[in-house]
Each structure stands twice: as structure tokens, then as C-alpha cells.
Ligand binder design. Structure first.
Ligand code: TYD
Length: 199
């Protein structure tokens, strides 16, 4: 099984992923937790280029860097772990590219879909979209460490990302589960468990 988590900055993905980790540990369920960008060896280098605020990166460059990271991640980490029968949980995956890169200037979302198809990337069995208003998410993110290249974008950028996620969810009702991220962490987690259907 392949599960992904998506959402804007400050949507609480990490808290939920941590709860899921503890849940699977208690159940002695074989699970593997990973994230994008930057989980593979090469990906770590790509991540530092992508997140560094000093770098001026053109939209198409950004897309290719993210997908270069993703190919390494899928080949080195995601596929082998799925093949070993583990539940693989990724903090972000290709929906992030549609949501974030899909609204960069001059980028047509169909280009991103073409890349996804061309690279034959596994489709998640279930994706949790943690949704909340951008101002609240950004406030949470700003209370954490210093802001990276994405977090430093204007509020309008983040609004567009959120809208892209909502559109994606409506187009993929079978796969993407939208969760109100304004609920308490426990409430959110119980929604997640109901959907995963692990006793
Ligand atoms: P990260 O520090 O991993 O944090 P978080 O997932 O908690 O936000 O930041 C990764 C950043 O990369 C995030 O701001 C979104 C961005 N990103 C994309 O723009 N496209 C992508 O396809 C992925 C995977 C991430």
C-alpha cells in the first residue's frame, strides 16, 4: 500500500505522520516513512538547491529538479519498499508538483501530467489532503524555523496552491481524501484511521 500526505505550509502533515508512525509501531505493522523532496542521496543535494532562497530558479528548472528528485525517490526507496510488502507513507508526492509548480508563471498543468505519465510513477492508493485557510497555515509555519524558498512566496502564491489542491481533490474523489485541518490533531487522526481501515 502506498499512502501520501499533501497540504499547504503549516497544514499539520508532520503531526499526523508522527501519529501514524506511532500507531504502526504499536501494531508492529511493517511501514516505511519517507518524504519529498530530498530522501535519496542525490535527492538531498537537489533539495538543498530547491529550498535555498538565494537561488533564482526558473519554473521549468524547478519542475525538472523536483522530478529528478522524484525519480530517484521512486526507484531507490518507494518501489523497493512497496515490493517488500511494506506500507509506504510519503510526506508529499506528485500532487505537490501539480499544486505548487502548476501555478508558476508560464507553466501549463498538462506539462506536469505528461511528466507523471512519461515517468511511470506509481499512483498512491490513498492521499490525505489536509486543508485549511492559508493565513492560518502560514502563521503556523512562520512560528517554526526560518522560511525556505517556497514558504517565502507571497500569500497569493499559497492561495493558488490551496486552490489547486482543492481542484485536484474534486477530480480524484476516489483517491484524495480532504480533511479539515482546523480540527484537533486527534480528530484529524481518527478521520485518517477510518479511511486506512487498519484494525
Ligand atoms: P519541506 O521543508 O519538506 O516542508 P513541508 O512539506 O513541511 O512544507 O518543503 C518542501 C517544499 O517543497 C514545500 O514548500 C513544497 C515544495 N514542493 C514543491 O513545490 N513541489 C513538489 O513536488 C514537492 C514534493 C515539494
Amino acid at each position: 500500500m502506498f499512502i501520501t500526505f499533501e497540504g499547504i505550509e503549516g497544514s499539520g502533515k508532520s503531526t499526523q505522520i508522527q501519529l501514524l508512525k506511532e500507531f504502526f509501531e504499536k501494531k508492529a505493522q511493517k511501514a516505511f516513512f519517507t518524504k519529498e523532496p530530498g530522501s535519496s542521496e542525490v535527492g538531498k543535494k537537489i533539495r538543498s538547491v530547491l529550498l535555498n532562497k538565494e537561488n533564482k530558479i526558473f519554473p521549468q528548472t524547478e519542475i525538472f529538479l523536483i522530478f529528478a528528485d522524484r525519480v530517484q525517490h521512486v526507484q531507490e526507496i518507494i518501489k523497493p519498499n512497496i515490493n517488500e510488502g511494506k506500507i509506504v507513507i510519503s510526506d508529499r508526492y506528485y500532487d505537490s508538483s501539480i499544486a505548487y509548480q502548476g501555478q508558476r508563471e508560464g507553466v501549463d498543468k498538462t506539462e506536469i501530467y505528461e511528466l507523471i505519465n512519461m515517468l511511470d510513477l506509481p499512483t498512491p492508493d490513498i492521499t490525505f489532503l489536509l486543508d485549511l485557510p492559508v493565513d492560518i497555515g502560514l502563521k503556523r509555519a512562520k512560528n517554526r524555523a526560518s522560511l525556505d524558498r517556497f514558504e517565502s512566496e507571497e500569500i497569493s502564491f499559497h492561495e493558488a496552491v490551496r486552490q489547486n489542491y482543492l481542484d485536484l481533490q474534486e477530480q480524484n474523489l476516489e483517491r484524495i481524501v480532504k480533511i479539515d485541518a482546523l480540527q484537533t490533531p486527534d480528530e484529524i487522526f481518527s478521520n485518517i484511521l477510518k479511511k486506512i481501515k487498519i484494525e
